[in-house]
Design a protein around this ligand. Structure first.
Ligand code: ADP
Ligand code: ZN
Length: 730
């Protein structure tokens, strides 16, 4: 007899789904996309039902129960997850788990649905005795249905009064589900009604029909900072809402984009649209609530970082990926997906347009637009007075510097301070000095876990590893020669801050990097102080280059450009160009006439000269031959295999063995390695890598499939990580 069988994803490192019988008692309630309690080995766990089918259930175990009334995975989401598990060679159960908000994906059911009393009136003409009773009754009659927390907020000591009103037959109450609303009562910016520029009209006009018709199409919105991209987003969102469809907006990091979220809320909340903002600061309960609201179609706009691509939106009209070039769209561990790339896949599966926006597009997206795979829309000029900053590359060759700041830059800072303008200084290296040396014997200090040099932090006199956070105080004596001359070398943001304090004692100087923004709210505090012009000079790492619109900044300085240019990665040119262009774009955003100084020993490098001209196309053309010649993405495809373990000879042996297998079976794929990773030891583990490279994606996929069936031979002591389309290859 055919019975109902559920195919279930379980959170374990295996590719397959597990089949269970659905007992008679649950047949009516069970749906694809639900969670279920199942017996698994000798324990019970929670799995996700990805498919239901009729079949022979002989020998299958029964599912135990269904903890929720709702489904948690929409059909569209299941399709995306299965595709992603396959593409990124990651076990489906773990993919499902990483897609779900914390608390929902775990093996135990820990999140609760909250409930509360909701009041409605039964007799508004009643005249209760007490003054308070009268007031509360009037309030409920005017605002019903009213939740208990609403009443509690308006009236103190309302509990007994409410009870009395119910007894008197004036009110009835009902227990209802409560949605936790994470929005603090923030003041929103004024929503301006703007006349669109011609370029904005053109961009909107190109995307709009695909929203209305429900067609997939990829767009790259390339526009310098301040050219009005956000305004384009807002208009397209409105078009999607008008078509009764939902919108997904991906941003690199919510905490770095408070202005964007505020503008969305200011525009759409007044007209009754609900916006869910998914960010890491939400409690598990808040996420659970947001998730259920989304799947029930009660939310029109979802804004979130990369994992929001897995929000279970059923009726998508538009996907926006803001700052699409940001490497944070790629998850760096576990399930290593790329949120931007999955957004494009999601658009294809749903049949809706995907709009990628950036002032400095990723090389890959620009390449696709050149190839005609996606359409490029350009906003070439700033909305306000249009002047891009003038950029000067300061040649460091032959200059004798005492600190980090050249005379040219120092004079420019003095001038800006005199005019009461603000200054941004970028140095993409935190700490005081990137390393310390024994001046007598040259001995340097390394992390015992990671073997990389330790960074000196002066404020607490520590040497710290920026990878594993190992920390040690600076030794008084060199362990090798007993010399006492242990000296910091080179400069980080801490040292730059000190130098600035000496040069400009009257100025207010603030540093923004990972060390000064660990406490919750500290990042926002610095931004606010900057906006209120309480800071004269802001020095920091790439953090200062992201997303903020500081109208008072007229001068930007870039220090240590050569470290960024010489980073050992084929994307170093792209990253440098992007970082320098973005930070340069912070100068003179409102008034125009901004000035930018980039100090470098390599002033002719095209990433620098093109950033100075803010000329993306020129950069693209100079970068392209290099990618083509070496078959690097987007002209080729990569997968990086990383082997890690405690026993270095075992790791090397396993890597070698698998590598020789890949050599023999590879067809149209270069197998490079094995070689020690650039970070050859990380958190105590030895690491080797094998890079797979091909100009044909299909051939790379074939090899990965063969690899996956070999991985069962990898001993437990060695972990193998497969990173498809890697970004960070350290
Ligand atoms: P981007 O997202 O490209 O940095 P924004 O959309 O934030 O650009 O626009 C920059 C500034 O210009 C904002 O203050 C915005 O309100 C304003 N702006 C955008 N479009 C127009 C327009 N058509 N007319 C006038 N001001 C505009
Ligand atoms: Zn370390």
């Amino acid at each position: 007899m055919a019975e109902l069988i559920a195919d279930i994803a379980v959170n374990i490192p295996l590719k397959q789904l597990f089949s269970y019988r659905v007992p008679e008692s649950l047949v009516a309630a069970v749906k694809v996309g639900m969670r279920t309690d199942i017996p698994f080995g000798r324990r019970t766990t929670i799995g996700f039902i990805l498919a239901l089918r009729e079949g022979q259930a002989e020998g299958l175990k029964d599912i135990n129960g269904l903890p929720d009334k709702d489904i948690l995975l929409s059909a569209g989401l299941i399709k995306l997850l299965r595709w992603a598990a396959d593409y990124y060679c990651h076990p489906i159960g773990q993919v499902v788990r990483s897609a779900l908000p914390a608390g929902l994906g775990s093996d135990k059911n820990t999140t609760k649905i909250l409930t509360e009393q909701v009041y409605t009136s039964t007799d508004c003409s009643a005249e209760p005795k007490g003054q308070k009773q009268k007031e509360i009754l009037a309030y409920v009659c005017a605002n019903e249905p009213v939740t208990h927390s609403q009443i509690a907020k308006e009236f103190s000591a309302s509990q007994t009064v409410l009870k009395r009103l119910v007894e008197l037959g004036c009110l009835t109450s009902q227990q209802q589900e409560k949605i936790r609303d994470p929005f603090l009562l923030e003041t929103l910016p004024e929503d301006k009604n703007l006349t669109l520029t011609e370029a904005q009209e053109l961009a909107i006009g190109s995307v709009k029909p695909t929203i209305v018709n429900g067609e997939f199409a990829g767009f790259l919105l390339h526009g310098v900072t301040g050219s009005g991209k956000t305004e384009v987003y807002l208009h397209l969102v409105a078009a999607s809402l008008a078509a009764n469809k939902q919108v997904l907006v991906l941003v690199p990091e919510i905490s770095l984009t408070p202005q964007l979220v505020a503008r969305f809320r200011a525009r759409f909340e007044a007209s009754g649209s609900r916006i869910a903002v998914l960010h890491s600061g939400l409690s598990a309960g808040e996420r659970y609530d947001a998730w259920r609201e989304i799947i029930r179609d009660q939310v029109q706009i979802v804004i979130g970082a990369r994992s929001a691509v897995f929000a279970p939106i059923q009726n998508l009209g538009l996907i926006i990926v803001d700052e699409e070039h940001e490497s944070s769209y790629k998850q760096g561990e576990g399930f290593r997906y790329n949120g931007r790339d999955l957004a494009l896949m999601l658009g294809q599966q749903h049949g809706c347009p995907v709009l990628l926006g950036s002032a400095t597009p990723s090389f890959a997206s620009y390449y696709r637009s050149e190839q005609g795979m996606i359409s490029r829309l350009s906003l070439d000029r700033r909305v306000h007075d249009g002047d891009l900053p003038s950029v000067e590359v300061v040649d460091l060759r032959g200059q004798v510097l005492e600190g980090e700041i050249t005379n040219e830059l120092q004079e420019a800072i003095e001038l800006a301070l005199e005019k009461d303008e603000q200054v941004l200084l970028l140095l993409n290296r935190r700490g005081f000095s990137p390393f310390v040396l024994c001046a007598d014997c040259g001995e340097s200090f390394h992390c015992p876990n990671c073997e990389i040099t330790l960074t000196y932090h002066q404020y607490n006199n520590q040497l710290r590893c920026h990878y594993c956070d190992y920390a040690n105080s600076v030794p008084e004596q060199c362990g090798k020669c007993n010399g006492a001359n242990i000296e910091p070398q080179g400069a980080g943001t801490e040292k730059l801050e000190q130098e600035l304090n000496e040069l400009f004692p009257a100025a207010t100087i603030v540093r923004m990097d990972r060390d000064t923004t660990t406490r919750k709210g500290s990042h926002k505090k610095i931004i606010t102080a900057m906006m209120e012009r309480k800071i004269d000079i802001l020095v920091g790492t790439q953090m200062i280059a992201k997303g903020h619109d500081f109208p008072g900044v007229s001068l930007v300085g870039v220090l240590g450009a050569d470290t960024v240019l010489n980073f050992p990665d084929f994307r170093s040119g792209e990253r440098s160009f992007s970082l320098f262009t973005q930070v340069a774009g912070r100068a003179g955003r409102d008034s125009g006439g901004g000035r930018v100084y980039i100090q470098s020993y390599n002033p002719e490098h095209y990433a620098l000269t093109c950033a100075a001209q803010q000329d993306y196309h020129d950069f693209y053309q100079q970068e392209l031959p290099f990618r083509q010649e070496l078959g690097y993405p987007p002209c080729g495809f990569l997968a990086n295999l990383v082997f890690a373990g405690n026993n270095s000879s075992q790791v090397a042996a396993v890597a070698n063995e698998l590598c020789s297998y890949l050599f023999t079976v590879a067809d149209g794929v270069d197998v490079l390695g094995p070689s020690p990773c650039p970070l050859a030891k990380l958190r105590g583990k030895t690491r080797y890598q094998v890079l797979l490279k091909s100009t044909a994606r299909g051939k790379l996929r074939n090899l990965l499939t063969m690899l996956e069936s070999e991985t069962k031979n990898v001993p437990k002591q060695v972990t193998l990580t497969i990173d498809v389309d890697p970004i960070d290859m350290l």
